[in-house]
Design a protein around this ligand. Structure first.
Ligand SMILES: NC(=O)c1ccc[n+]([C@@H]2O[C@H](COP(=O)([O-])OP(=O)(O)OC[C@H]3O[C@@H](n4cnc5c(N)ncnc54)[C@H](O)[C@@H]3O)[C@@H](O)[C@H]2O)c1
Ligand SMILES: O=P(O)(O)OC[C@H](O)CO
Length: 314
């Protein structure tokens, strides 16, 4: 068995490192100048073993199983250029977002570009640094084809990475994408000084939004209560390790935020705001995050917008 990881950011590198202890792994990045030092600046302080092959040449990727760990908004462009190379192999999406151009999730983009492939999703509560350090982590592996789900679950589990499987691709993928939006709102509440009670309300009402939207897009509600939904929501809304949460903190506090940081929830909020009226679902927190991210709504009006909505049953 051999595995390739496409995308040498923090997550792709962490997954490659974890799997390299078990099998033959090649990590592809568009910029691998760091490879000789065996330390990726996106994952500082983590030494990469010599056994992990790092390349910037896609023609070197021969593995049957490919993990795609690029940010969601860059995946469409990458597939437009390179999909033919991968069609027919097992392709595992590791991105957590909704594409702003098509309003599709990464798995649908991949399936459209590579119609002969089995497409799976690897998602769930996991910081790259935790995986890279070998800390215990549980993830969800979703694939509509049950046999492929089983073999990918086996192949991608390691001593510290425990995978659960499901055939609900939409549910698993949407949980991972939508929790990023709610994490921005949770961070904004903390950054603005609204307190932990406000954060708990946002997590709970945000989870209701995630479940509503996912159901409207064909997901099974129970998937949202699993690792990929509730599990990841809890992690991301409560940890300073999360870039989405930290971006929210900065929005709430009126601080600058480091440009170039991958914050999937900002674009995904805008995608969700575009989907909501089409699907006839109400998503006030997500729509507020979209407005904040676009600069259409000022933070000082955010609380009024949420609190002045009509009173209703829970
Ligand atoms: N970092 C984490 O803890 C973590 C955990 C779980 C899931 N994820 C998900 O993994 C995905 C990637 O996140 P990350 O943390 O690795 O991001 P990152 O910011 O660490 O790295 C992104 C990488 O993508 C590369 N890239 C960007 N555009 C590209 C393009 N067009 N072609 C080729 N390479 C390109 C960049 O060079 C960079 O190496 C996101 O969807 C994220 O939500 C991240
Ligand atoms: O740093 P974030 O906010 O992109 O979160 C990383 C992972 O998705 C957490 O599961």
């Amino acid at each position: 068995m051999s595995i390739a990881v496409i995308g040498a950011g923090a997550f792709g590198t962490a997954l490659a490192l974890s799997l390299a202890g078990k099998t033959d792994v090649t990590l592809w990045g568009r910029d691998t100048a760091w490879a000789e030092r065996r330390e990726n600046p996106r994952l500082p302080g983590i030494a990469l073993p010599r056994s992990l092959q790092v390349t910037d040449r896609l023609d070197k990727i021969g593995a049957r199983t490919i993990l795609l760990a690029l940010p969601a908004q860059t995946l469409g462009g990458f597939l437009a250029d390179h999909a033919a190379r991968f069609d027919g192999r097992d392709l595992v999406s590791c991105a957590k977002g909704i594409d702003l151009v098509t309003l599709n999730g990464p798995s649908a983009l991949i399936a459209q570009a590579c119609p002969r492939s089995n497409v799976a999703v690897l998602t769930g509560p996991s910081f790259a640094a935790d995986i890279a350090r070998g800390l215990p982590t549980a993830l969800t592996l979703a694939c509509a084809d049950a046999a492929t789900a089983e073999h990918l679950q086996r192949d991608l589990s390691t001593a510290s990475l425990r995978l659960y499987r499901t055939t609900d691709v939409a549910g698993a993928e949407l949980g991972g994408a939508l929790k990023n939006v709610i994490a921005i709102a949770a961070g904004a509440a903390i950054g603005a000084g609204f307190g932990d009670s406000a954060r708990a309300s946002i997590v709970t009402r945000g989870f209701a939004e995630m479940t509503r939207l996912a159901a409207a897009l064909g997901a099974r509600p129970e998937t949202l209560t699993g690792l990929s939904g509730l599990g990841d929501l809890v992690l991301t809304c409560t940890s300073d390790q999360s870039r989405n949460f930290r971006y929210g903190l900065a929005l709430g506090a009126g601080d600058d935020f480091a440009a170039g940081t991958t914050v999937e929830g900002a674009a995904t909020a805008r995608a969700v705001a575009a989907l909501a009226p089409r699907l006839g679902v109400e998503l006030p927190i997500s729509q507020l995050v979209a407005g904040l991210a676009e600069g259409r709504i000022a933070m000082e009006h955010a609380l009024d917008i949420l609190l002045n909505r009509p009173l209703k049953e829970e």
